[in-house]
Every structure is written in C-alpha cells, then in structure tokens.
Design a protein around this ligand. Structure first.
Ligand SMILES: Cc1ncc(COP(=O)(O)O)c(C=O)c1O
Length: 472
C-alpha cells in the first residue's frame, strides 16, 4: 500500500480496486463493517477513506443506501508521447513570462496552478515556526555570525545521514549547504562549465534550470525524454558524439515537469556512460523524497565511483521554500564550489540552518514526509480526474510517480501562451509549455501545480481552463 495515514492507504487500495474493475460504475461498495473486516481496520478508518474517495470523484454517497462507484468515472487521459525536441545547442529564449508567473504565486486571490510551490497547507509550518523560534532563543552569539561554507556542521551531519536512504555514502565533510537548489545548480554549472559551453538537459526541463543556463551565457542541448522513464540514453549518446558537451543536468527522480523516474539499470548505465566520457553530471534531486509509493529511489550519485556527479537538492518542496536552504554533494569539485559559494553570497542563512538541523533531528521530518507524500498522491489523482472531466478530448496528461505537478498536452490548435494570458485575467495562473524549453517548444502544453487544497474554487478554475482550452 502507499505511504500516508491509514485511511489514505485504504482509500488508495479501494481506488485501485475500482480502477482494476473489481467494482464497476454503478456498483454499491460493501458495507463499512465488511470493508473494515476485509482491510483489518476500524469502521471510522473506512468512513474516512470513503469520504476521500467521494471528494476525488471515485464514489458518490446515496442517502440511506451507502456508497456507489460513480456511474460516470472520468477516464484517466493517456500520457503524452516521448518528447522530440530539436537536438541542437541553443541559447535560451522566452523566459520573460516566468517572473509574472511566479509573482502570481504570491497574490492571495489567485488560484495558483502555475509555479511549483506547495500551498502552506502541505508544509509543516507550525513545526517550522517552533523550530525557528527555538533556534532564535538558543542560537546566542552564533546567530549573529555567518555560517561560512560548507555550512552548519550539525545540519550537514543530519543531511549526510539522510543521504544514505538515497544510496549515497557521504560524510558531513562532503556536503555544502546552499541557499536553495537553484543556488546549488548555478554553483555546480559555474564550477564545471563556462560561458558559451553546451549543457545537456531533459526536454521538457524545469524553467529555473533554463534561466540558470541563460544567465551564465551557456547553451542548452535538449534531449528527447520519456514521460515514464526519463531521458533517452540512445538520443543522449548520439548527441554526445555530435556536440562538445561540457555538462549534463538531469533529474532522475520525479522530474519537473514530467514526474518520471529513471529505472535503476538506466541510472547505472547513464552514470557509467558519462564517467567514461569524463562529462560532469549535475543531479537535481529536489523531489527525491516525495515518491508516492513511499520508497526512496536511489540518486544518480549512488552509482558514482569517480566523483563526477554533483548532487543538488533542497528543503523547498518538503519544508518551506522561504527557508532558502538546500545542499549539494559536490564530488571532486568541492574546493571550487566552496569558494564559489563564498564569493557569490558568503553563506546560507544562519537561522534557517540551525532551525532545520534541529527539525531534522527532533521534529518528525520523516512523519511529515509520509503524510505529505500521501497528500500529494491524492492531489495528483484528483487533478488528473479533473483534467479528464473538463479538458477537451485528446488532452493527455502525465502519470507522475512523485512530486506534485502534472504536464498536460492539449490539442494541437491550443496556444498555451494565450491560454495562460486568458487564465491570468480570470486570476488563475498556469505554467505555459514553451517556458520549459530553450527554444519555445511545447506550444500546446501546460504544467499544473497540484499542491493546492482541493475545494470548489479550484474545481471551478480547472473547469474554466478546460473550457478555454476547448475553444482554443
Ligand atoms: C526541479 C527543481 N529544481 C530546483 C528548484 C529550485 O528550488 P529552490 O527553491 O530550492 O531554489 C525547483 C523549484 O521549483 C525545481 O522544481
């Protein structure tokens, strides 16, 4: 069963049984007592699970009769096909819109489906507040100082311990604290490449990475990527033969926007290939701990035997983006990256480092992760159903295995940039496909942020976007 609270686990098992056809549209579900016996849980757990399935559209309650599988179960749309970018190094263009998009994320009356920022409801805000207050009280003189790179020893110790779950054997000395994952990616790129150099990326790719490449004057080389298993190794090998690639930046676990996970043997083959060619691999593992199935897939770094993988991640998606705290395992570029971190921003924020070190040690981070993985899985399922219900025929949507974004392919005639503009006028933000490509590809794609509490306003917003997409 998936991780999360017991009733969430029961709900996802029941949803699977419905999807597998054990209960068909219009069927009445067995009574609560019987289900409680079948699942070996209490009646109240079954009642909570049924409530969840009613919310996400699997079930409908009929007064004095019980729960029925909805007669019209909206089919899950198919996943998009493997991407086909133009495989040629290019300067990054068309990113100006993104600032408007992320600014919309801070406007309180916007329905925020654009930036991949979790609503505070999904973050342990109280516990973080307590940890920050405790760190502020206990910090004393330390608070008034810089935590120069590599950063707080206690935080690095806690992170090194957690990295073992990702298959990485690291000592605290092999970790550098950064101001978020974007900071880590930029430091990594600066350490291994220079302006004008060619950097391989997945296609589509997270727009922050494209902006990083743009701001450093480098060129992006987009590689076809499968929405289930990640970058195509065949296409990558061909591109490496043809172009002078200086670095690869990849997300192997629950990538943004596709949500895909590279199978283990593909991870191994990728790391071996790049080590053989001596091409640095920068790994963005920001979503690595947010898998729906509760397992923590290994990082690419776990397969690194030469120090050629630079691992980057942060607490922005799991604790709070406002902490501005991330980390990297810089492999053989440790000295350069420590120095670059120092000359760029001196240090990451001291208070955040002390508070998060304490939270990782005592604050129930794993408990929070279990809870939030279940919550994200549920949100993604609900939003997938809403896309099936409201979006025009032929819309396709990814089936992410972790994280909290959906990548939606709309019919050819839809222009995502004008759809995004129309949606902004209705105070709804969505992320248009072209900002996920160096050359403005994905004109008829959008990305949806699912980490928003499900309610009538959100349901309505998806209906509005679906209608706009249907009228082109
Ligand atoms: C894949 C990916 N990498 C990096 C970042 C940036 O993270 P941070 O806020 O920690 O700088 C994001 C945030 O959206 C992301 O989705």
């Amino acid at each position: 069963m998936a991780s999360g609270k017991l009733y969430e686990q029961v709900a996802s098992r029941l949803a699977e049984q419905i999807d597998e056809g054990l209960y068909r549209p219009g069927d009445r579900l067995p009574g609560v007592r019987r289900l409680a016996r079948q699942f070996g849980v209490s009646i109240s757990t079954i009642v909570q699970a049924q409530g969840l399935l009613e919310d996400d559209g699997h079930l409908e309650a009929r007064p004095r009769s019980g729960y029925y599988v909805r007669a019209q179960v909206w089919p899950r749309p198919e996943a998009p096909a493997i991407s086909r970018p133009t495989v040629r190094p290019m300067p990054v263009t068309g990113q100006e819109l993104v600032l408007r998009l992320v600014q919309a994320a801070n406007e309180p009356d916007f329905i925020q489906l654009g930036a991949a920022v979790p609503a505070p409801d999904f973050l342990p805000t109280r516990a973080i507040q307590r940890a920050l207050a405790a760190a502020a009280r206990a910090g004393g003189r330390e608070l008034a100082t810089y935590q120069f790179p590599p950063g707080s020893p206690e935080l690095r110790r806690q992170i090194a311990r957690r990295m073992a779950d990702a298959g990485c054997r690291l000592t605290p000395d092999e970790i550098i604290i950064t101001s978020g994952c974007q900071d880590a990616l930029i430091l990594a790129l600066r350490a291994v490449a220079s302006p004008g150099d060619v950097v391989v990326i997945e296609s589509p790719s997270f727009y922050g990475l494209l902006q990083a490449i743009d701001s450093l004057g480098m060129k992006a080389l987009e590689i076809p990527t499968d929405p289930a298993t990640g970058i195509s190794l065949e296409a990558l090998e061909l591109a490496l033969e043809k172009w002078p690639v200086r670095a690869c930046v990849l997300t192997a676990n629950f990538s943004n926007p596709l949500g895909c996970v590279m199978p283990v043997d593909k991870k191994q083959a990728l790391v071996t290939l790049l080590a053989r060619l001596d091409i640095p691999l920068i790994e963005d593992d920001i979503y690595g701990e947010l898998g729906f199935a509760g397992d923590r897939p290994p990082a690419l770094r776990a397969f690194d035997e030469t120090g050629g993988v630079i691992y980057c991640a942060s607490f922005s998606k799991s604790l709070s983006p406002g902490l501005r705290l991330g980390w990297m395992a810089p492999g053989r570029w440790r000295e350069q990256i420590e120095y670059l971190k120092y000359v760029t921003s001196l240090a990451a924020p001291t208070l955040s480092q002390l508070a998060v070190a304490d939270f990782l040690q005592h604050g129930g981070y794993d408990r929070h992760l279990r809870q939030v993985r279940g919550a994200y899985a549920r949100q993604v399922a609900i939003m997938t159903r809403a896309v099936g219900k409201y979006f025009p025929d032929g819309a396709r949507v990814t089936q992410p295995r972790g994280g909290f974004v959906l990548w939606v392919e709309l019919p050819e005639k839809v222009d995502a940039l004008s759809l995004c503009q129309q949606a902004l006028e209705q105070r709804i933000s969505i992320a248009p496909g072209p900002v996920f490509s160096a050359s403005g590809k994905y004109r008829n794609f959008i990305r949806l942020n699912c980490a928003q509490p499900w309610n009538d306003a959100l349901d309505r917003a998806l209906m509005i976007v679906g209608r706009m997409a249907a009228t082109g």
